[in-house]
Design a protein around this ligand. Sequence first.
Ligand SMILES: [Zn+2]
Length: 365
Amino acid sequence: MPSRWFLSLLALAWMLLAAPRTGAFQWTLVNFDNRDYVPLAEVASFYGLRLGAEAGGPASAPVTLTSPGRLLRGNVGSKEFYINDLKFILSFPLLAAGDGFYLSRNDLTKLIEPVLRPEKLRNLGAIRTIILDPGHGGHDRGARSASGDEADIALDVALRVRELLQRRSTGWRIILTRSDNRFIPLEERVQMALPHRDNGLFISIHFNAGSGIGTGIETYLMAPQLVPSYNGDGAPTLAELQRWPSNARDPENMALATAMHAALLSRLPPLHDRGIKRARFHVLRENPLPSVLIEGGFLSNAQEAALVASPAYREAMAGAIVLAIENFRNATRPALQPLAPDAMDRALRAGNAAEPKVSVPNAAN
Ligand SMILES: [Zn+2]
C-alpha cells in the first residue's frame, strides 16, 4: 500500500478507450499517489468476472477474477499478473485500501481491455503486411555462443517465418528488414515499416544474453507514456514522460504481444516463462505499426543455446510466430466472427493447454 494515499471518489461516466458500449459503465476513479485506479470489483462486474480477494489479508494477499474459461490472478503489491496462466507484468502493482482492491487505470485500458476484448480495437485495418526484423547483423553479432551468434539465429528464424507464411497463403506481403548477414541501423529498420502503417505488423526477433543464470523466453512491447520500462531502475526518465509514435498503438501492441507470447509458450519446448514486458527499445518506440520484440531464449546459457541452435527449435519458433500473426488477425476482426465467444481467449487457452511448463531452477527474475 502506498505510504500516503488519498481517496477521491469521482463517479465518472468514463468510457473505456476501445469500448463503444451502449450505456456507459460508471467507473469509480480512485487516486493514489497522483495515479488513477479503478476498484477491482468494478473490473469484475464490467467483464462478468467473479472477484475473489480477502479484505484485511496479508500485504501480498492473492486476488482472483474468474469466470468459466477465464482466470485472472495476481497479488496485492505485485506487478506479476496472470491471465489464463499467461504471465504479464502490470505497469503498477495491485493495491489494497480499506475494504477494496484496486488496479491502475493504465493497466485496465492498456492491458486488461485489449487482452480480454481484442475485437474492440478500433485502430486497425486489415492486416496484410508482415515486417520481420531479425536483430543485429554484419559486424553486430548480438549475443554470442558456442552454438552460434544471435545475428545468424534470428535471421534463420525470420527466413523460416517467411517460408511458412508464403506456404500458408499468397495473400501476405512479407518484408524482411534484412535477409542476409548485413548491418542495418535501427532507424532504417523502422523506416522500412513506415509505408505499411495502415496494414502491417512489425515483429523483431532476438535472443537473450545475461550473466550466466538467465533462462527463458520473453515478449516485449512498448511502454505506455508515464509507465516505467521493465528494465528501468524505478527513477522516472525523460523518455517515460514523452509520448512516442508507438504510443498511438498501446492497445494493439498489447493484443499482439499477448497473441505472440501465448503462441511461443504453446509451440516451444517448455522453457522458463519470463512474461510479457514493457520497454522503450528503438524499434518499438519509434514504430507506428503494432509491434513486438521477442527474446527467444538465452544464448548465454549453454543448455539453452544448444536447444536454440537446433533446427527443430527454430522451426517451432517460426511456427509460433505464424500462429500468433493469424490469431491476432482473427481476434481483431470482429465482423468475421460475430458469434465467436472470444478468439483471444481461445488463443490464450491454446497456449495454456500446451505441455506443462517447467520452471528452470536458478531462473533470473
Ligand atoms: Zn538482440
